[in-house]
Design a protein around this ligand. Structure first.
Ligand code: THU
Length: 145
């Protein structure tokens, strides 16, 4: 799939301008193309209880779900200067959950796939595989018994 990265990144920059960052003063904007062609965006939203701040990707995933769901096929994220920003580890996990196979990300080292930025990811299939095993074999922890 051919992605217009400049256009997608311009949506991320626009989203970044909405960031609520009174504490870090580090605005982030994110934009993604969904498999039905629509574009979803997000910005970071911080909180006086610092640890509760929401990353831009979290906001984006909420927008994805609220606007009808679907799978993400391309993603771009920027800092306050409009420069490409690498999603943090937690956000790579968030994005993985909603990624289409082969989802592309514009990163600081070029366009990469979701599998390249979070290899061997824990995900829904991990849970499905465990559920499919015989409960009698699941004696790994006392809480499971
Ligand atoms: N931040 C994001 O929004 N996404 C990332 O992938 C990295 C970090 C935000 C969180 C916090 O509001 C600010 O950047 C500084 O860490």
């Amino acid at each position: 799939m051919s992605v217009d990265w400049d256009l997608l990144t311009s949506h991320a920059v626009e989203a970044m301008s909405k960031a609520y960052v009174p504490y870090s003063k580090f605005p982030v904007g994110a934009a993604a193309i969904v498999d039905d062609g629509r574009i979803v965006v997000g910005c970071n939203v911080e909180n006086a209880s610092y640890g509760l701040g929401l990353c831009a990707e979290c906001s984006l995933v909420s927008a994805l779900t609220m606007s009808g769901g679907g799978k993400l096929v391309a993603f771009s994220c920027v800092d306050g200067n409009g420069e490409t920003l690498m999603p943090c580890g937690r956000c790579r996990q968030l994005l993985f959950e909603h990624s289409a196979p082969g989802m592309q990300l514009l990163t600081v080292s070029g366009v990469k796939t979701i599998d390249e930025v979070i290899p061997d990811a824990f995900g829904p299939s991990t849970l499905d595989a465990f559920t499919a095993t015989d409960p009698a074999d699941n004696t790994g922890c006392e809480g499971c018994e």
